[in-house]
Design a protein around this ligand. Structure first.
Ligand SMILES: Cc1cc2nc3c(=O)[nH]c(=O)nc-3n(C[C@H](O)[C@H](O)[C@H](O)COP(=O)(O)OP(=O)(O)OC[C@H]3O[C@@H](n4cnc5c(N)ncnc54)[C@H](O)[C@@H]3O)c2cc1C
Length: 354
């Protein structure tokens, strides 16, 4: 593939992860000419390392969101997450990919958490969400929150297929180093090339602040630690622990444990070790790795137009539950770019980025 870029395009999308691919595909379907640039290759960032599970809801309990931000906010967030799963299922179907509902079981160990989860389930059931409380004594916990609608899918395959479109030109191994906006568009400067685009979408995940330094106070690079191990045990469905920060999955050949934390000073490896010993003590560790996500200071995606840089949009900050947001966040961005609609709760301008 030639590394020479075309001199001009309608929209340049920086980042060939799931977010960049979703937005590129939808813009290409509007007959726009799209160039997608990635410093490495397709789905080589967080998308390629993910645990491939799109969960319903948020790491925080619904009742906690209600306390912190009010009932209307908590309801809207859950509705957006449910809509995300619908969009994911429709996207998978249109691309001929599987996205089965595998559900998840969230384990609750303390009575304080049990009260919160009971309150959350009451509200959510009333609003029509498919959630249930179940006894979890067998696993050594008080209760468990059973959700049924969480979807498993292959984000790498999906990203690759999304980018297969006649109006999309892909430029791997092209790191964009600088953006220069003027009233007519944006010039993207890479090492040996430059490209002029009428508009740019920055979908660079954990590395977004390098191109958009104004987002630095609102976006941090968060490590997600992973261990894969071989075991004879089986796990009927994914387990969530510690405020949604630990995920245990049976992947057939192996189990995967993923962990992140939003508490400074906490070490996710300690948690992985603890739960590994508890749930699969005989397992043999076969792989251990760290990958990075961009997480916003309020945990919600950053979607919209960047203040002070005309024609530059962003779709980032998807965080450690990013598959729960990528599809709906793309819809919000498209609404803004094509119809001038406000991206609502995800609008990057909720933070002062000037
Ligand atoms: C280990 C792990 C497990 C996870 N598991 C889950 C899960 O089970 N469920 C869930 O909901 N979420 C999960 N996530 C989160 C989810 O994977 C991410 O939120 C999502 O994939 C982010 O997609 P993205 O396209 O925004 O970013 P990325 O996939 O990181 O894509 C960004 C791309 O931008 C490119 N790039 C960066 N800078 C530049 C530049 N200057 N020029 C050109 N290209 C550039 C990078 O090379 C990269 O390919 C997990 C994340 C990790 C790390």
């Amino acid at each position: 593939m030639s590394s020479v870029m075309p001199p001009m395009c309608d929209v340049a999308v920086i980042g060939a992860g799931l977010a960049g691919a979703l937005v590129a595909r939808q813009l290409a379907q509007q007959n726009l000419n799209i160039v997608v640039l990635d410093a490495d290759g397709v789905a080589t960032g967080a998308t390629g390392n993910s645990s491939e599970l799109a969960l319903l809801g948020t790491p925080e309990f619904h009742a906690v969101l209600e306390e912190q931000r009010g009932p209307a906010f908590a309801t809207e967030i859950w509705e957006l997450s449910a809509r995300n799963l619908e969009l994911l299922a429709a996207t998978a179907q249109s691309l001929g990919l599987a996205a089965p509902a595998v559900g998840s079981f969230r384990l609750i160990g303390t009575s304080a958490e049990a009260i919160l989860v009971q309150r959350s389930v009451q509200r959510l059931s009333h609003q029509g969400f498919n959630v249930l409380l179940e006894d979890a004594m067998e696993l050594g916990y008080l209760i468990g929150l059973q959700t049924y609608d969480d979807l498993a899918f292959d984000p790498v395959e999906m990203t690759q297929r999304l980018l297969m479109h006649g109006h999309i030109t892909l430029r791997p191994r092209t790191e964009v180093q600088r953006l220069e906006s003027d009233s007519n568009g944006v010039v993207l400067k890479a090492k040996r090339n430059s490209l002029r685009a009428k508009a740019v979408v920055v979908a660079t995940g954990a590395f977004t602040t390098r191109l958009c330094p104004r987002l630095a106070p609102h976006l941090t690079m968060l490590p997600v630690q992973n261990v894969e191990c071989r075991t004879q045990q089986t796990l009927p469905m994914p387990l969530l622990l510690d405020n949604g920060q630990i995920l245990l999955q049976d992947r057939g050949e192996f189990w995967r444990l993923s962990a992140w934390t939003n508490q400074t000073g906490e070490d996710p490896w300690t948690q992985i070790e603890k739960y590994g010993k508890q749930f699969c003590p005989q397992a043999i560790m076969t792989r251990r790795y760290t990958s990075w996500v961009g997480r916003s200071s309020d945990g919600l995606p950053l979607v919209g137009q960047l203040a002070g840089t005309p024609h530059v949009y962003t779709l980032t900050g998807l965080g450690p539950w990013g598959l729960s947001w990528a599809f709906i966040a793309t819809q919000q961005l498209l609404g803004l770019m094509l119809h001038d609609e406000d991206p609502g709760l995800f609008n990057v301008q909720r933070f002062n980025t000037t």
